[in-house]
Design a protein around this ligand. Structure first.
Ligand SMILES: Cc1cc2nc3c(=O)[nH]c(=O)nc-3n(C[C@H](O)[C@H](O)[C@H](O)COP(=O)(O)O)c2cc1C
Length: 195
């Protein structure tokens, strides 16, 4: 992978990630890339759940239940919007984190960094196969409806979903900070004459 591909990578809305998605060999390679994330003390604080293609209706039921749990009674438009998100993305992978307290040398924030790095590896691996992808979450991910429905253990958290598929409409270029804004030097100025 060339650095320009990393810099120019764009997230693509799951609505625009159509079939075909990754085949099973590509999917395995993508998950192996995720498992190559930096991971202090090999805690493996992440796992991934592929939503089967024939389970999208069942996922829509969970999304609807999650919306009811968060917002109470829903009108028909809200039901439609909650459910249709389950249809998007040729391939949909739930990202599950298990963040443990009290691990020597590995506070929770380090474990979250590992989860994030695993996700970035997924996005880049998907891109290397020519697919688009996007990480999405929303308030539904912290509902009981979704964590129970997807079979998470009590100490696991649903971080979100990575959608992967063939890009039906290319996004424009990204507005991103450059090195000038995000890179500084310490000490700020080189002292003249000091070696
Ligand atoms: C943890 C996490 C959750 C996110 N959830 C959403 C989401 O639910 N909806 C959304 O539009 N973008 C979400 N994003 C942002 C997109 O994944 C993406 O990073 C953003 O649109 C920037 O696009 P780019 O990757 O092309 O720079 C999330 C990002 C992170 C890190």
């Amino acid at each position: 992978m060339q650095i320009a591909e990393i810099v120019e990578r764009r997230s693509v809305s799951p609505r625009r990630l159509i079939e075909p998605g990754p085949n099973s060999a590509q999917l395995n390679a993508i998950i192996e890339a995720a498992c190559a994330a930096p991971d202090h003390r090999r805690l493996r604080p992440w796992r991934f759940v592929l939503i089967r293609k024939d389970a999208r209706e069942a996922l829509a039921d969970l999304f609807e239940a999650a919306a009811r749990e968060t917002h109470g009674a829903l009108n028909s438009d809200q039901v439609k919007r909650a459910r249709e998100k389950a249809e998007n993305g040729a391939c949909l992978i739930a990202v599950v984190a298990e963040i443990r307290n009290g691990i020597r040398d590995v506070p929770p924030h380090e474990q979250w960094v590992s989860v994030g790095a695993a996700i970035q590896n997924i996005l880049l691996a998907a891109q290397s196969f020519g697919f688009g992808s996007m990480l999405v979450s929303g308030d539904k991910v912290s509902t009981r409806a979704l964590s129970d429905g997807l079979g998470l253990a009590p100490d696991e958290l649903l971080l979100g979903f990575v959608a992967i598929g063939t890009i039906s409409k290319q996004p424009g270029p990204a507005q991103r900070p450059g090195a000038k804004e995000k890179l500084s030097y310490w000490p700020k100025e080189e002292k003249q004459g000091v070696k």
